[in-house]
Design a protein around this ligand. Structure first.
Ligand code: HEC
Length: 126
């Protein structure tokens, strides 16, 4: 009887750990397929991120009333904030910068890495 119980417990544990590993593999697969750092462009990567999390306060029309006059809609304005260090300082929540998005959750690692990649590639208007 004891032996059967032990075997049953063992099989139960085995099936749980099986699930656990399955999920982990799925998770890694999703992360690696959704975070594309090889084709980062202003139009397809940077602007959609800013649109989703920043335009409510930093679009051309909202900046003066809600975003301290800082505009992040047009390429040239984003480039200015990228080059002066404030874009990455704020999204990384670095010391000496206002943490952005203000009042919201931090951007995902993937989004932050894509912004950084665009800067590393030379803040191109692509
Ligand atoms: C709810 C409104 C709001 C949202 C959303 C928001 N900001 Fe801001 N942002 C502000 C305000 C207001 C300031 C002026 C400083 C302050 O009051 O914190 C600011 C300041 C900044 C600055 C200057 C930071 C500094 O240290 O000088 C940058 C860069 C910036 N925001 C980028 C962003 C980015 C990038 C996002 C999106 C990821 C974003 N903001 C989302 C309202 C917002």
């Amino acid at each position: 009887m004891k032996h059967i119980l032990k075997t049953a417990t063992f099989l139960l544990l085995l099936s749980f750990s099986g699930c656990y590993y399955d999920n982990e593999e799925k998770l890694y697969a999703e992360v690696s397929t959704t975070c594309d750092l090889t084709n980062v462009t202003f139009a397809a990567s940077v602007k959609p991120i800013l649109q989703a999390s920043c335009f409510s306060c930093h679009s051309n029309s909202s900046a003066n009333s809600s975003g301290a006059g800082i505009k992040l809609e047009n390429y040239a304005d984003v480039q200015t904030q990228a080059k002066n260090g404030k874009l990455m300082g704020s999204v990384n929540h670095s010391n000496g910068y206002q943490a952005m998005p203000k009042g919201g959750g931090k951007l995902t690692d993937c989004e932050i890495n894509q912004l950084q990649k665009w800067i590393d590639n030379g803040t191109l208007n692509n």
